[in-house]
Design a protein. Structure first.
Lengths: 319, 286
């Protein structure tokens, strides 16, 4: 049953370019996938570690900028990918060492500051980042001779990466490491007493989270073939967090649903109104105030309730 | 006047403005335990409101007071209607302040458009003043003086009045403060309004130097964050010292490494975090 549903979902996902109708929608689907990867990365910290980061757009942006620079220096796509991801991991390690000086709100504040440093570099260090004008790249990669230039080609490549991300998240959540990370979120002192190195667990989780944020940043670069300080702004970090929170933290499906919600609302809203930031802020406020658990856990609760209500009468009818 | 002296004067002026901004931020953080991410928006909104008030014929100082009051009223509404509902859920409160900051920024863009607006320097304070045989821009001296006056007034408020004693009690141990009969939740509103007022007022008097433009909020907020991380939250002295450190770093950094000014600004913060995470003047909390 579960396997059949999973297989059906895979088929539906893989077939998106045929049934969704139009390249515009295929592109939106690609956006949902790479923002979904980003949200999954943010969720490792915000959901499973209880560490809310408002600086992850910095890591996302470092990967995108590094990729753009390496590519424009004439290197191939393998060098771009490995170089950008290696640099993102180094940056994530530095972020982690500094941000893990605090927990809770201290962590939030430090990540805001770190994210703003990256933004400041992107915006002001013009000789490296070309400032507000951003950096454009020539073309998308063609791994194994497959061209990603078409929307459908790019979609499938993103889908492949996305599936790897989801599987790695599922393995991570079920693993002893995932369990120990949740332990450090709920009972850091007991975990410490049990002999776990709480700091190291969080540090590794930060690297894992940073890695997928970097992958998403690289896909963002390939998708847009352009990166500017906008990708690194506090708004971008907040959007990623909104995806996680609106979908439901510490769930596998939540961040993906949230990414879909934000990307669709963003595209729909920006078609009708200019004030996307206002809508974003308002959604944030409404969700936090009225639906703090997020959409996926909220719907799950409703579903359980509905099933219980539906099975209740049947039992009484049988008896 | 030499370049270095100009930079020093500018640094002190920026430090003064930052003190007004971050003192409220620090008090709110110390008492309510939330970094109020709308604080930069309050600064910008105060300045924008004042431009409209001045355009309707109000004089600069009245506009500064009234602009601050309007922002304080907004702060009060936010605290009473939204933050209060989320009592205790600190993370949710932070996220709400972030959402509000986007909404305020967008409303400002809609009302006052994207063009920078300059607030005219009050006529009495134009020109330069001679001091110790050197000539200083009068308005910048005035801002430094205002910052000093506010620093003394806030210190007196916190250290010498009954309200101040209650706020300090709330910062140190909210549960115990409640037990001895202090209405901590009312303190929250008072401190939030006071902080919002200070930020709005700072935005107005900063207007003649910085101008008002979209993005000013996102530029000031990290500065306030750095000040509070440097100085330690809930500490007035920490805000004062942190503000001037940041003021100097920002101006000298911009003169010496224009492309990296923003990064230079964060270095001392990183050092403090590594060496003394509670901030220079913060107390270690359990």
């Amino acid at each position: 049953m579960r396997r059949a549903a999973l297989a059906a979902a895979l088929v539906i996902l893989a077939a998106v370019p045929w049934w969704v109708g139009g390249t515009y929608y295929v592109n939106i689907a690609s956006q949902i996938l790479f923002y979904g990867i980003f949200a999954l990365g943010v969720n490792v910290l915000a959901g499973y570690a209880g560490l809310v980061s408002l600086g992850h757009a910095g890591l996302f942006g470092i990967a995108a900028y590094a990729g753009a620079r390496i590519m424009n220096n004439g290197h191939g796509h393998i060098a771009v990918t490995t170089g950008a991801l290696a640099l993102t991991l180094v940056a994530a390690a530095i972020f982690a060492v500094l941000a893990l000086r605090g927990t809770g709100l201290g962590f939030v504040m430090i990540t805001v500051a770190l994210g703003q440093i990256v933004w400041g570099v992107a915006y002001r260090w013009i000789s490296i980042t070309n400032g507000d004008n951003g950096i454009a790249i020539r073309d998308r990669p063609s791994p194994l001779g497959l061209s990603l230039a078409s929307p459908a080609g790019f979609y499938w490549a993103t889908l492949a990466v996305f599936l790897v991300a989801v599987v790695s998240m599922a393995i991570f959540v079920a693993s002893p490491f995932g369990a120990s990370l949740r332990g450090t979120r709920d009972q850091p002192r007991r975990m410490n007493a049990l002999g776990y190195h709480v700091w190291m667990v969080r540090f590794l989780a930060f690297l894992f989270s940073g890695f997928w944020s970097g992958v998403a940043g690289l896909l963002y670069l390939y998708y847009n073939q352009f990166v500017s300080p906008q990708a690194v702004a506090l708004t971008a970090s907040a959007e990623a967090l909104l995806m996680v929170i609106s979908g439901g933290t510490a769930t596998l499906l939540g961040p993906i649903v949230g990414a879909g919600l934000v990307v669709i609302v963003k595209n729909v809203a920006s078609a009708y109104i200019e004030r996307w930031n206002f809508v974003l802020g308002a959604i944030f406020v409404v969700i936090v105030v009225f639906m703090p658990e997020g959409l996926v856990p909220g719907t799950q609760r409703l579903w359980r309730w509905a099933r219980a209500a539906a099975s209740g009468p049947r039992v009484s009818a049988a008896g | 006047m030499s370049l270095w002296l100009v930079l020093a004067v500018n640094s002190i002026t920026l430090g003064g403005l930052l003190f007004l901004l971050s003192a409220g931020f620090s008090l709110i953080f110390g008492l309510m335990k939330i970094p109020n991410l709308t604080h930069g928006s309050f600064f910008m909104l105060g300045a924008y409101l004042a431009t409209s008030l001045i355009a309707r014929g109000m004089d600069f100082w009245t506009a500064a007071l009234v602009g601050g009051l309007l922002v304080a009223a907004l702060g009060g509404i936010v605290e009473r209607l939204i933050l209060r509902r989320l009592g205790g859920a600190e993370l949710a409160q932070v996220l709400v302040t972030l959402g509000l900051s986007f909404m305020i920024a967008d409303v400002c863009l809609m009302v006052w458009t994207g063009d920078p607006i300059r607030i005219a320097t009050p006529s009495a304070l134009r020109g330069a003043t001679s001091l110790f045989g050197l000539r200083f821009p009068t308005y910048r001296l005035a801002i430094s003086l205002i910052a000093v006056v506010f620093a003394v007034a806030l210190w007196a408020l916190l250290d010498r009045t009954r309200l101040g004693a209650m706020i300090r009690a709330g910062v140190d141990d909210p549960a115990m403060a409640r037990v001895v009969g202090i209405r901590v939740s009312r303190l929250f509103t008072i401190v939030f309004c006071l902080g919002a007022w200070l930020a709005g007022f700072a935005g107005v008097i900063g207007g003649p130097i910085l101008s008002v433009y979209p993005g000013l909020d996102q530029e000031m907020l990290p500065l306030a964050l750095v000040v509070v991380i440097l100085g330690g939250s809930g500490s007035l002295l920490g805000s004062l010292v942190g503000s001037f450190v940041v003021g100097f770093l920002y101006n000298f950094g911009q003169a010496m490494f224009p492309e990296l000014a923003y990064v230079v600004l964060f270095l001392p913060m990183l050092i403090v975090l590594v060496v003394r995470p509670q901030g220079l003047f913060g107390r270690q909390t359990a």
